[in-house]
Design a protein around this ligand. Sequence first.
Ligand SMILES: Cc1ncc(COP(=O)(O)O)c(C=O)c1O
Length: 370
Amino acid sequence: MFIENFKVEEWFNKYEKDSVYDLADTCVDSLSLEELFDLVGDKNLHLDEILKRKLNYGDIHGSLRLRKAISSLYETQTPENITITHGAIGANQLVVMSLINHGDKVVSIIPTYQQHYSIPKSFGADVKLCFLKEENNWLPDLDELEKLVANDTKMICMNNPNNPTGAVIPDDMMSKIVEIAKKSDAYVLCDEVYRGLNHEGNPFSVSVSDIYEKGISTGSMSKVFSLAGLRLGWIAANDYVISQVNHHREYNTISVGIIDDYFASLAIENKDKIIKRNLEKIKTGKEILTNWANSEPNVRLVVPRGGTTAFVKYNLPISSVELCKTLQEETGVMILPGETLELDGYLRIGYANNFEQLQKALKIFSEWLS
Ligand SMILES: Cc1ncc(COP(=O)(O)O)c(C=O)c1O
């Protein structure tokens, strides 16, 4: 089976190990177990519990405790509507491989995580792209989306809050997207890995799985909970979708690790503390980034409203790949080129990680630009 190169992941593989200042990362400063225990308490009790556990396969579709905790992140989902996966990357792949066949029509709203267009293409789907535009504050143009979603579209793939732009689709706009999908009875796969990190108001946008029978939400521990190392994600969807996914899942997952399942449950049960910590970090990073963008004449920024990344327009006659490659070679500053996300002329900056590094790296970048 042919599949296109995953440009973002390949960029990371090539450049991350040599970077001195990593502004490409999308996680909020990851937690160690020690920090997790500091936040949730009862360290010895949890350690005793873990030490006693037999390392068997555990509950095949994820423990009831974990699926209960995950369902608390939604309005209408139950533990039965959730299956546990190897990260959101496993979740997205399973959804598409379970529901999309050769010749099916798929519309992907991009820029986004490349899985959402390259995987359906690899299965022989006819994939149309709906580009987000800076002049719309990176929100989808619903007229354009409606035109692309012909009456036989099988699935709309999207991501909210959006990586790389940091745009958050307002709840009423999400309902309109669902209306468009309903006209062709299409599934809406919404990658919601950053759901819980809205910068203002309720950190959680509405989930597509709560407002649409054919809405499929994927999520994970990586961004909102700062626990990417658990490699644990999930799918929330209707019974039919979950049964199809579980049928395919037998072939590539069996179960996730029981230790990962344990810590994911613990973290989600303490979501308020972790999300509070993360939103504070995001606030600090965003302030550094926006102050820099306001004082740097060669860039333009639509201020992000959710998640951990921003998509910055730069004003130089050079491709984003060339810019990022030369910048890193000459200064050690790693930024992700927009070309890896199908939009040249832009740079993705992750700003929620290490503020000392962020400050220094942006200063170095400005000196380099001038
Ligand atoms: C939008 C989006 N979806 C999925 C993933 C993969 O997440 P996970 O670490 O849970 O596999 C990422 C990681 O950067 C992402 O940004």
